[in-house]
Design a protein. Sequence first.
Length: 276
Amino acid sequence: MKKRSGYVWLLFALLALLVIDGYYQVEASAVPIWQTQWFLWRIIAVVVILTGVFVYYYFEASKKKKSELEKFKLKMIEEQESQWKVIAGELHDSIGQNLSAINIFLQQEIKSSETPPKRITEASSLVMETVDEVRRISQRLYPKQIERLGLTVSLEAMIERIASASGIKFINNIENIDGALSRENEVQYFRIIQEILNNTLKHSGAKTVTLTVKRSVMFIITELSDDGKGFEISDPARLGFGLINIEERLNVIKAVYEFSSEKGVGTRFKITVPIK
């Protein structure tokens, strides 16, 4: 920042020298100063200097605005994660526990009766299904298993659940990436993969998904591709809100990505995340 400020002061110093020199040229000139070649060149120099100062401050203001926007997006994502964590905790610890207690009561009623009413056994089954669904929703809202099991196992468990529910074949090659990212960035990385897979399920019609996660000294390199129907990248309607969310989260963890899709071939993501 000090170096850039020095450039601005240098431009102002040059402008001042031009003005002082102009004063002495006016004093020594036998013809009106505006009729001399010197005057023309000095005007051009002044315009160039002032333009340089304007451009400098314009780009500085743009960079500052961009930086503030990135900070705002980061804050919004952090607040969103915080809210999801609270909601997930309430679902699991409050609603989930209450439903489990109800099911225990129903099970006691079933065991105490030789021929329990059908509606009680059906109610018990429904409550258990609801408990499982509450746990799944809680897990999607905030992946607590990252804290317990680590990022690598959490990714594998998520893929296993998606494969079981969707029937899609997954080909995985996931290296151990535990500890490569900060806890906050682990959650963001998990969300990115989760969002890409959700988009694949909703839109691709794929039968096979290939996921490769490799760890180098400085980066985690992730490649995810499917054999779905693909689409034209030039079609903005197909890029949609999901990709915007992915891009914002990629920015948070300072990652870069490559994205390609072709009709009848499928879609491919390559994500490079710097290790903390």
